[in-house]
Design a protein around this ligand. Structure first.
Ligand code: PMP
Length: 381
């Protein structure tokens, strides 16, 4: 007779302990009680009519946040990376050429690239040159490059892509809701985000939308997508985006995560996109002025291309950035982070997103930074 060879773990006899923490890094951000409580509602079936209604509300909320009329609008079960793979797996076939704008880490891939210097961005002339050279089927751009703190300009790029018969894919994980973006008017073909940044919902759901042009490519491909889980044929049916009269089981949707996502979209709709954009901009300007008055420098030189949601501060000279972030975490119970990808060692990153974007929180971060600069070790060189 087999017997248990692994006993019940002792650690699980202790109660779950999770600290309260100010989440002012590049994400996830704090989840306010209203959104947390929405997620504490009872679990019901992923195919029950009430869930389909909640999913339909989510779809409307995403259409508002994205400013799109696209019928093919849904939330994938997973994080920003899941949505990124959903976009690519469904639109790109073997042999297709892809062009990625690299203005930080989120555009890195083994495809043709056009690269901006860290903290910089690409002009439409750079982009048009690359489109005409590589003739890609898909062009990827991160709107809010959270690794460098750059808000990439979007105007005219969709039109350029369409001139070269290319789909325009935009990552707005770190930007949407906090700064203007108009999916339809700016001619984006696929746009995605995550739940855990400006929306202040827990990580685990990722809004995504496909234009008619993108659907034409997705539903007329010669080969099957490499992923079953992210196959838009299935997802479209589960989310009621196709014209089929019934929905069939594809995967068990994370229903409690859907409740939180719905609540976070309701909060955004109540405030109104324009008010949210304005609040993020005002708070970011207040923050940036405060940093400069402390003698700190902003990594992104051009004001209009500074991301209002995630600020990159030039790592203070003579300090070890890791000591600063850990001091602030230990002493102020507050998360800020160092750089990522091309900005590692060069910057400190502070995210003030959604409900975290307030002048009171700016004052808290500035006080923590002032304290850290006083107490952390500074080399004499
Ligand atoms: N794109 C950007 C711009 C991001 O900031 C992030 C998360 N930091 C992602 C994509 C990936 O999202 P996730 O961690 O939710 O998979």
């Amino acid at each position: 007779m087999p017997s248990l060879s692994v006993p019940p773990p002792k650690c699980l006899q202790k109660p779950l302990v999770v600290p309260h923490r100010h989440m002012f890094g590049p994400g996830p951000s704090n989840v306010p009680p209203r959104i947390l409580e929405a997620g504490a509602n009872p679990v019901i079936g992923h195919m029950h009519p009430e869930i389909f209604e909640i999913m339909s509300d989510i779809k409307s909320g995403i259409q508002y946040m994205f400013q799109t009329q696209n019928k093919m609008t849904l939330a994938v079960s997973g994080t920003g990376h899941t949505a990124m793979e959903c976009a690519i797996f469904n639109t790109v076939e073997p042999g297709d050429s892809v062009l990625a704008a690299v203005n930080g880490i989120w555009g890195s891939a083994k495809v043709n690239t056009i690269v901006a210097p860290p903290g910089g961005y690409l002009t439409n002339t750079d982009i048009e040159k690359a489109l005409s050279k590589h003739r890609p089927a898909l062009f990827f751009l991160a709107h809010g490059e959270s690794s460098t703190g750059v808000l990439h300009p979007l105007d005219g790029i969709g039109q350029l892509c369409h001139k070269y018969n290319c789909l325009f894919l935009v990552d707005s994980v770190a930007s949407i809701g906090g700064t203007p973006l108009y999916m339809d008017q700016q001619e984006m073909d696929i746009l995605y985000t995550g739940s855990q940044k400006v929306l202040n919902a827990p990580p685990g759901t990722a809004p995504i939308s496909f234009s008619e042009r993108a659907c034409q490519k997705v539903f007329n491909r010669r080969t099957k997508p490499v992923s079953f889980f992210l196959d838009l044929n299935w997802l479209a049916n589960y989310w009621g985006c196709d014209d089929k009269p019934t929905r069939v089981y594809h995967h068990t949707g994370p229903v409690t995560a859907f409740y939180s996502l719905r609540e976070s979209l309701a909060v955004l709709a109540e405030e109104g996109l324009e008010n949210s954009w304005e609040r993020h901009e005002t708070v970011a300007e207040y923050f940036h002025a405060g940093l400069e008055s402390m003698g700190l420098k902003l990594f992104v030189k051009e004001k209009v291309t500074r991301l209002p949601t995630v600020t990159t501060i030039v790592a203070p000279y003579g300090y070890d950035w890791k000591e600063i972030t850990s001091y602030i975490m230990k002493t102020h119970n507050l998360e800020i982070s160092g750089g990522l990808g091309p900005s590692v060692g060069l910057v400190l990153r502070v995210g003030l997103m959604g409900c975290n974007s307030s002048k009171a929180n700016v004052d808290m971060v500035l006080a923590a930074l002032r304290d850290a600069l006083k107490h952390c070790h500074r080399s004499k060189v």
